[in-house]
Write a protein that binds this ligand. Structure first.
Ligand SMILES: [Zn+2]
Length: 328
């Protein structure tokens, strides 16, 4: 029987993969390092090895696999299955769909990671039963996914929902996207102010000046080492400066959410990703409060704000569900 799918959450340093049954139940999970070193072949080798490992663990083989779905960061050319930019891997315009299809002789779907995560929540998680949903996943950056009228909205080229690069503060902080204005300076993208990376950059300044001892202890002053767990521990320690910084990021996230409410009039916003997993309700409610203060009152009344149900599984699960659906 060919009743299984694999889904990937493909990151710049790690990949997380799931083996999923036709009915959406997760059978196996696997974490592996993403290794490419500028070589697409090496990346594909690693992905194929992960698939084989998942199948072996479940005593299955490739003949029982129906399709593969991949959630990849940033802009994706959905039609052609091309990942436009994976800076950590030294790869651009990566034709991942074609390469994996050639190797596996199976249908492959490549989707933006947060589109996939939002789809999982819509299909069977926090947004089940809704028709108009915005998904926002703050982490290294801030990804977004849009379900409009019951369908995943990808835009003209597959790049819709880049909520992290909406500009919420002119003359703001430099963003990884590199957008820059000759006169006004940096653009002040949402993710430069509210992502885990943004919070981490603020926290190491506190750490360096002796105002965030737990951060100094856990991560030193290297912001790339300030993971969500480090931020959560610093908040739990009751440090007022840390709490203020995290609340500020949450309020900016709320501004981004408010803009989404005003443009798309969603019934539900689902917040996913590692940051909300670790920071939980207080962070979520701070963002919600800011959203309610900044969006049009007529639209904001009926919007619910919830946390992802699938957590770490969301992106890989959504990718496998989308692959299953597109095959059918
Ligand atoms: Zn940006």
């Amino acid at each position: 029987m060919k009743g299984f799918f694999t889904g990937f959450d493909l990151g710049g340093t790690k990949m997380y993969c799931l083996l999923v049954r036709e009915d959406g139940r997760i059978v196996e999970r696997l974490r592996a390092k993403t290794q490419a070193g500028g070589s697409a072949t090496r990346l594909v080798d690693g992905m194929v090895a992960s698939i084989d490992e998942l199948l072996a663990r479940a005593s299955l083989d490739r003949s029982q696999l129906s399709a593969v779905g991949i959630g990849a960061p940033g802009a994706v050319d959905f039609e052609n299955g091309i990942v436009l930019n994976m800076p950590n891997l030294g790869l651009t315009d990566l034709p991942l769909k074609k390469l994996l299809q050639q190797r596996l002789k199976l249908p492959v779907l490549v989707e933006n990671d947060v589109n996939a995560g939002t789809w999982a929540e819509f299909a069977g998680g926090a947004a089940k039963g809704c028709r108009h949903v915005v998904g926002i996943f703050p982490g290294t950056g801030i990804g977004g996914g849009l379900i409009l009228d019951g369908r995943l909205y990808r835009g003209a080229g597959g790049g819709a929902g880049e909520i992290g690069h909406t500009i919420v503060q002119l003359d703001g902080r430099e963003c990884a996207c590199g957008q820059h204005d000759q006169v006004l300076g940096e653009y002040g993208c949402l993710e430069a102010l509210a992502s885990r990376t943004a919070i981490a950059k603020d926290l190491v300044v506190l750490a360096a000046t002796g105002r965030a001892p737990s951060v100094l202890e856990d991560a030193g002053t290297d912001y790339t080492k300030v993971k969500s767990g480090v931020i959560a521990r610093a908040v739990k320690s009751g440090n007022a400066d840390v709490i203020r910084l995290v609340a500020r990021a949450a309020r900016f996230l709320g501004v981004g959410m408010a803009n989404c409410v005003n443009i798309f009039n969603p019934e539900l916003i689902v917040i996913g990703g590692g940051l909300v997993e670790k920071l939980g309700e207080t962070y979520l409610r701070e963002a919600e409060k800011s959203m309610r203060a900044h969006a049009l009152s007529g639209l904001v009344r009926k919007v619910k704000v919830v946390q992802s149900v699938f957590g770490d599984d969301a992106v890989a699960l959504g990718a496998s569900l989308l692959a299953a659906e597109s095959k059918a």
